[in-house]
Design a protein around this ligand. Structure first.
Ligand code: ADP
Length: 406
């Protein structure tokens, strides 16, 4: 059998060696005994705690509440585990408050119930936890700042990319325009040298013949015929030059549009009048207007240019009568149509008709530059309209230019 007093001293040694503070408290709240660790934790000298109330170890502001808690606990004491989800505050002799973890147990000593409190000073752990939390917060802050910076930089880069792409596109367009203008100029030189030859030689021969007809009989009639030839050649030359000028203005974006109210009936009649000098013998331009005439908002010069181009083509590519019509009866649009019964356009060529310098294969023997329709399409679109055509080889061609009403 073991000697009780040796057991007691063994327990005492274990009790003193324990790293947790152990405080044994009477029902009245007086500390009966506290081990070495408890004294160290709370900053008291050996045995100094004994005889003091446990509230000495509680921060002043919590003491009253603690008395209530302690008394309630004694009514129904049950073990309470360490931690148990609560951070408690204790106070050292130096009045410094610090966090502790406490577990409670009840034991009967000499017939009296005592509460045994096991205390761990968790201030170091809390400090580490706080430092960890702080660095975690710092990390989160850095991460969000980094994210923000990355987002800002990405946005900046995206903007820069857009600017660069825009500049690149502009440079490409400028280069393309430059190339097209150069091409236009060189095409002009070759077309001019070819297309100018016929009207210029007509002018030359007609004017020298006029000189010869001076005294002959019937000279006046012949003279007038040659004057007509000269006029038509000059108008031909004029047409070619105008096409080049319009195209280079369009290409360079230098075309000024003066919008005003345009009376389409008057505009068509003026064009028919102007072109009467170049119609072929036996050819007539007939005008027809369907519905109640309305004016449109457009540039009158451009409208006339469109009608001149299409009507002079109809004259050029046919021998029979030409019909210029206006249709105001459609619901949403106004239509200008120019119809001829001439050579028509081969089906294969039709898809290229509005391309610059394009000439159909059956038009080789007719003078032309292949610019007129390209310009007309650009003009029509500039005014918000549309152009369509129907053509059958050797039967004739119809052009329909439409503008929205209002
Ligand atoms: P150009 O008449 O100076 O050649 P356009 O651009 O006006 O140039 O016309 C392009 C081509 O379209 C013409 O060369 C011709 O082949 C064809 N074309 C245009 N209008 C008609 C038409 N009324 N009848 C037949 N072919 C036409």
């Amino acid at each position: 059998m073991t000697n009780p007093s040796s057991n007691e001293s063994a327990f005492k040694a274990i009790y003193e060696a324990c790293e947790e503070g152990i405080i044994v408290v009477r029902k009245s709240g007086i500390i009966r005994m506290a081990n070495k660790a408890a004294h160290q934790i709370f900053g008291y000298d050996a045995s100094e705690l004994e005889g003091k109330t446990i509230e000495n170890l509680i921060p002043v502001s919590l003491r009253d509440k603690h008395v209530d808690n302690r008394q309630n606990y004694m009514k129904q004491p049950e073990p309470r585990r360490m931690g148990a989800g609560r951070d408690l505050l204790a106070v050292r002799k130096s009045k410094e408050e610090f966090p502790v973890e406490i577990s409670l147990n009840v034991a009967e000593l000499n017939g009296e119930k005592h509460v045994i409190a096991y205390v761990i000073d968790i201030s170091k752990r809390k400090k580490v936890e706080r430092a960890l939390k702080k660095s975690e917060e710092q990390l989160i802050l850095y991460a969000s700042q980094l994210e923000k910076r990355v987002k800002e930089r990405t946005e900046e880069l995206e903007k820069q990319i857009i600017v660069t792409q825009k500049a690149e596109k502009e440079a490409k367009t400028a280069l393309e325009r430059e190339r097209e203008l150069n091409e236009l100029k060189s095409r002009f030189v070759s077309i001019a040298s070819h297309e100018f030859r016929t009207p210029l030689s007509t002018i030359l021969s007609s004017s020298s013949l006029i000189a010869k007809y001076n005294t002959q009989e019937g000279a006046q009639e012949k003279r007038l015929r040659h004057i007509d030839k000269i006029k038509s050649s000059i108008s031909n030359l004029n047409g070619i030059l105008n096409d080049f000028l319009s195209l280079s203005k369009l290409e360079e974006g230098k075309l000024d549009i003066d919008v005003c109210e345009v009376n389409l009936v008057d505009a068509c009649k003026e064009v028919i009048e102007e072109l009467s000098s170049i119609i072929k013998p036996g050819q007539q331009i007939k005008f027809q207007c369907k519905g109640h005439p309305q004016s449109i908002q457009a540039d009158p010069k451009i409208i006339k240019n469109i009608v001149i181009n299409l009507t002079s083509n109809a004259i050029k590519y046919s021998e029979k009568d030409i019909h210029v019509g206006l249709d105001f009866e459609r619901e949403d649009e106004i239509c200008i149509c120019i119809i001829d019964h001439g050579m028509g356009i081969p089906e294969d060529d039709q898809k290229h008709l509005f391309e610059r310098f394009f000439r159909a294969k059956n038009a080789i023997n007719v003078q032309g530059t292949g610019l007129g329709l390209n310009i007309v399409k650009k003009y029509v679109e500039m005014l918000g309209g549309a152009i369509k055509f129907k053509s059958e080889l050797d039967k004739g061609t119809e052009f329909h230019v439409t503008f929205p009403k209002n």
